[in-house]
Design a binder for this molecule. Structure first.
Ligand SMILES: Nc1ncnc2c1ncn2[C@@H]1O[C@H](COP(=O)(O)OP(=O)(O)OP(=O)(O)O)[C@@H](O)[C@H]1O
Length: 582
């Protein structure tokens, strides 16, 4: 019997409808002044917490300074509307501009810092901000705060009652939620999530990780300030207590408890942390203990936040976006005369302290060839790949790609010129789907979203994973994960592909499938530099072999000649079985 077709809807439509219903319905349902104030507070906090979705949820950067951005927006509106007689809207713009500036500056600190150092910098910024608010009394009013803040009007409509203002605040929350949800699936949103999942892989695929992180901080600052401006005009009075470190921790908890990677999750978290304390007040003395326990339990036992569970249920009734079929094949290799030098390496040296990992290596990769780099463990092969792709800066020597020097360029710049790589231990964006992984790779080659999708589809079909596009890659078997990594680099249509041990961990059948794929790529004109220990694969594929030992080149040439060279046999091959031409 045929399975009954289930009713399936797009999650975005479902969420949009629900959101609209809440925006229209809630202020009518809540009749007390107290309840309406809570709605305004929840909306303002929701907007600020969505800033955390961008910086923490999407980009994976710890920020404990969101209350400072929130404060900048609130104080800009408070000061400019009370002392300078401005209206709310231009004051909002000033607040957002100031917060953005602070966001850029803080984001720049991420150029050098990560993890706990970054957390420390954001905490310091937050604490300095609170001290300034409390002590710069002539400007901020100090602990007494500022009262008499003006509310905005919406065209002819004066938002002079709490209920009208609640509509306005919830409307802003709704618009921000739509924008943040939309951002997730844009090129920038995908780049952010790639940075969160694996910064090095993102960079090697052409993502400017520094720019992405600064952008994320700036967006979170903008949303923080917007939420602050909504809050200030909602309550007409502000004081430093509302913008201190504790509140920053609360914004972090909202994002984590709800599910930082999800817009709806964050709103759920913000609602929980706004309303829970009010519900728990009945418990009087032990209310803070219960509140704290609930938050800890949610964060510890629900790693994807509350939303993780809702999402699981939703997946049953929603359908993923269909990706269609590629209308053209993969185009790789670029144009140029076959046999011309594409990569010229001269006198390449890399020292790690006293260790000479690469010690004066020269070789040339020619357009259209498969060039293998072989040698014993620790002979410097991966270091060469890291030098070519910009992960390491050479101690000495020159590298020219397509005739231009590339030493000193960051990996994303090198990748954008058409040189991409895979990694010895695969580095996928594990929490993203196959489709999203490959889209990030495809973004390297530029063009609009349609072109990016077209290339990604062509690459996925090329490796034969079209039936698994919507699977999260961490749940795929190892062999398929390797194919995703290959498709991800191919989608950017590189001119030169560096493959670091592509066959490691594959079984015999998978190895032969890989050989077939690489042969097809060779036939399509793609130039490849392959590091590989499996000599039967090298013998089947390579046009030229360079052999390293202790960081030096000991042989180079055609496989038939190199694999029988006594020096190579002595240093590396020993009694390895070499299936020449097998
Ligand atoms: N970041 C680093 N810091 C210090 N030493 C390093 C670093 N990277 C590599 N090395 C050292 O440099 C030498 C060359 O390592 P590399 O990984 O390039 O060798 P390989 O030929 O790729 O080896 P394998 O075949 O085992 O992957 C090794 O002695 C290694 O320990």
């Amino acid at each position: 019997m045929k399975e009954a077709r289930r009713f399936r809807v797009r999650p975005a439509y479902l969420a949009g409808l629900l959101g609209l219903a809440l925006v229209v319905g809630l202020p009518q349902l809540v009749t007390s002044r107290y309840g309406t104030n809570l709605l305004i507070l929840g909306a303002a906090w929701g907007v600020v917490a969505l800033g955390m979705t961008v910086v923490l949820g999407y980009t994976g950067q710890i920020s404990l300074t969101q209350a400072a951005f929130y404060g900048i927006g609130a104080y800009a509106v408070a000061l400019l509307t009370t002392r300078a007689g401005w209206s709310w809207w231009p004051a909002l713009l000033v607040g957002m501009a100031l917060a953005a500036l602070a966001g850029v500056l803080l984001g720049m600190t991420t150029l050098k810092l990560g993890g706990h150092y970054l957390a420390m910098v954001t905490i310091s910024f937050q604490i300095i901000f609170t001290l300034v608010l409390a002590n710069w009394i002539p400007v901020t009013g100090g602990p007494d705060g500022i009262s008499g803040i003006k509310r905005p009007s919406l065209g002819p409509i004066a938002l002079d009652s709490a209920t009208k203002y609640a509509y306005f605040a919830l409307g802003i929350l709704f618009l921000v939620a739509v924008l943040v949800a939309w951002l997730k699936h844009t090129a920038l949103g995908r780049a952010m999530r790639a940075v969160r999942e694996n910064e090095l892989a993102a960079e090697a695929l052409g993502v400017d990780t520094l720019r992405v992180k600064v952008t994320a901080f700036t967006l979170s600052a903008l949303l923080g300030a917007l939420g602050g401006a909504v809050y200030a005009a909602g309550f007409l009075y502000i004081s430093p207590d509302s913008f201190n470190f504790d509140i920053s921790v609360e914004f972090l908890a909202m994002a984590l408890a709800g599910g930082a990677d999800s817009t709806l999750g964050t709103i759920l978290g913000a609602s929980l942390l706004t309303f829970l304390p009010e519900w728990l007040r009945e418990l009087k003395n032990i209310y803070l203990v219960v509140y704290g326990l609930i938050i800890i339990l949610v964060i510890v036992f629900m790693p994807d936040g509350l939303w993780g569970y809702v999402n699981l249920a939703l997946r049953r009734v929603t359908r993923p976006e269909p990706v269609g079929k590629a209308s053209r094949g993969l185009r790789v290799g670029g144009s140029g005369a076959p046999g011309e030098p594409i990569l010229e390496v001269q006198g390449l040296v890399k020292h790690f302290g006293g260790l000479r990992a690469v010690d004066g290596v020269d070789f040339t990769v020619r357009r259209g060839e498969i060039h293998a780099l072989i040698g014993p463990n620790g002979s410097g092969k991966t270091t060469v790949i890291n030098l070519l792709s910009g992960v390491y800066v050479p101690t000495a020597g020159s590298i020219r790609f397509l005739g231009e020097p590339i030493v000193g360029l960051r990996p994303n710049r090198i990748a954008r010129r058409g040189l991409t790589r895979t990694f010895q231990n695969i580095r996928l964006f594990r929490e993203l789907t196959v489709w999203e992984n490959v889209l990030v790779g495809s973004q390297r080659a530029g063009g609009g979203e349609a072109e990016v999708r077209e290339r990604a589809l062509a690459a996925i079909e090329f490796v034969g994973l079209q039936d698994r596009v919507h699977e999260v890659v961490k749940s795929l078997p190892y062999g398929h994960q390797k194919l995703v990594e290959l498709a991800r680099t191919l989608a950017g249509e590189p001119q030169l592909l560096l493959l670091d041990e592509p066959a490691a961990g594959l079984n015999q059948t998978e190895k032969q499938e890989l050989v077939a794929l690489l042969r097809r790529l060779h036939g399509m004109g793609l130039t490849m530099l392959v590091v590989e220990h499996d000599m039967s694969i090298v013998a089947q594929l390579a046009d030229t072999i360079t052999v390293l030992n202790f960081g030096r080149k000991i042989a180079e040439g055609h496989p038939a000649q190199v694999l029988h060279d006594p020096v190579v046999v002595e240093a590396y091959l020993g009694n390895r079985e070499v299936a020449l031409g097998a």
